[in-house]
Each structure stands twice: as C-alpha cells, then as structure tokens.
Design a protein around this ligand. Sequence first.
Ligand code: GAR
Length: 188
Amino acid sequence: MSAAPARVAVLISGRGSNMQSLVARQGDAYRIVLVASDKPEAAGLAWARDQGLTTFALSPRGIGKPAYEAAIDAALRDAGAEWIALAGYMRLLSDEFVAQWRGRIVNIHPSLLPRYKGLDTHARAIAAGDASAGCSVHLVTEELDGGEVLGQAEVPILPDDTADTLAARVLAEEHRLYPAVLAEVVRR
Ligand code: GAR
C-alpha cells in the first residue's frame, strides 16, 4: 500500500505562478492543503481562493515578526501541513521558525545555486557573462539560499537576453522543476 499524499502548505508573496504549477501537479505524492501569504493583496492568493483552496493572509506590519510567524505557524498546523513549499515568498523566516520545521521547508530560487544567492539573480548572471542560468529547489536552513540543493534546471543565456527575457525562460523551467522535486523529496 502506498503512503498517503504529503500535506503541503505553499507560502507566497505575489503572483504565485509556481504555486499554481504545484497545485496543477498535486496528486499521489502531495496535496496542497494551504496557500498562505504575508501580502493580503497577493494576486496568487485570489487565484487560490477562486480554486477553493484554503488560504491564510496576514501582514507582519504592526504586529512584529514573532507574532506574525506564530500566526503563520498556527495556520500551518490547523491545516495539518507536513511540509512548507516557499514559492516566491520574499520574506526571511526566523531561525526559530526554520528550526521548528527543519528539513520540511523547501524553496525555489531563480539561479544555479550556490551562484547568486539573494536578489537580482538574472541581471547578475548576465553581467558576469555566464553562459547559462537556471533555477534550484533547495532545503531551507538558517543560511539564506544555503540549504541542500535538491534539483536544478539550466537554460542558456542568449546574446540578446535581458534580465526579463531570461527570467521568463527560467520561470518556465521553475514550473516544471518544482512539482517534480517536491514529489520526490516528500517521499524520502
Ligand atoms: C520566482 O521566479 C521565484 O523563483 C522567485 O520569485 C519568483 C516568484 O514568482 N523567488 C525568489 O526570488 C526567492 N528568493 P511566482 O510568484 O510567479 O512563483
């Protein structure tokens, strides 16, 4: 008998296209049980609501990080989440939060880690004259974009590429990579 699908919560801050690809590919390996955001106005949250998914939104503004993270943690536990998938979640999680979910938080990052941790990854890859760029799915640890890399996809950097054209090509790879890697990691 195969195990029940892993219960996954997705944290987003914006458009949520990676979250949508995770939802589209849910199945025997994992189910999306919650979509949560630090931005109540996030476009991805409206999409998730329209799909009938359970959503949770709270801005940390005015309440502080500990209270904000405690509320997120409570929403995750209420939803019975076993894993957290960060998908364009643009806020640093505290060490305490990461410790509580250690080994159970994954993230997608738009570079070939360990290159280009942090922001502006595509512009930095082009400026460096790199021949290729890509995306990585990794475990989240206390070190920014520093946890074990679980999977990567690579795309060539073309002579005419701008940060935007490169981002669009990498994003298409993100949408393929993230569901596949998530389906694998929840089984280990
Ligand atoms: C994606 O490209 C993701 O890799 C990136 O933000 C975008 C979110 O798009 N994440 C980071 O830069 C994390 N540091 P989406 O909201 O459409 O999934």
